[in-house]
Design a protein around this ligand. Structure first.
Ligand code: DAT
Ligand code: MG
Length: 148
């Protein structure tokens, strides 16, 4: 089953949005297979956002993501990688549609509440960066027969 890495960023944690965000993915029909509240080290931040190393906002991005605890999660479900991105909304909240997480809760690109993997390759990479295999729990839910 497809898995993605999602993370409530420090702004989302400070604004009490962990529950709201978990609720959206649960209600949609996806299954939580791992989750933890944690502080991101400078090293992990630079690895996680490595693709943006040369961008002018890289320093700010690393500073922001290490500025307070995040809630890191792994979610499972059919097509969860692209669908979670749709549910998050456009990167820049000025362009995120109402009804999306960023469209509903964020105003500016530097504080856009949530991270989600953008491809199969980044999902595998990011899950591996943030979680050990023994922190991920595979389990059956009878309700899945009513979703998939
Ligand atoms: P996404 O988080 O939607 O995958 P991304 O990978 O392009 O977006 O960028 C990672 C994060 O970097 C993004 O969530 C917020 C920040 N960011 C992106 N573009 C930015 C910009 N032009 N100015 C400031 N921060 C930016
Ligand atoms: Mg990205």
């Amino acid at each position: 089953m497809e898995r993605t890495f999602l993370m409530v960023k420090p702004d989302g944690v400070q604004r009490n949005l962990i529950g709201e965000i978990v609720n959206r993915f649960e209600s949609k029909g996806y299954q939580l297979v791992g989750g933890k509240l944690m502080n991101i080290t400078q090293e992990l931040a630079e690895q996680h956002y490595g693709e943006h190393k040369e961008r002018p906002f890289f320093g700010e991005l690393v500073e922001f993501i290490t500025s307070g605890p995040v809630f890191a999660m792994v979610w499972e479900g059919e097509n969860v990688i692209p669908t979670a991105r749709l549910m998050m909304g456009a990167t820049n909240p000025k362009e995120s549609a109402p009804g999306t997480i960023r469209g509903d809760f964020a105003v500016t690109v530097g504080k856009n509440i949530i991270h989600g993997s953008d491809s199969q390759e980044s999902a595998v990479r990011e899950i591996g960066l943030f979680f050990n295999e023994n922190e991920l729990v595979s389990y059956d839910k009878t309700m899945n027969n009513w979703i998939n």
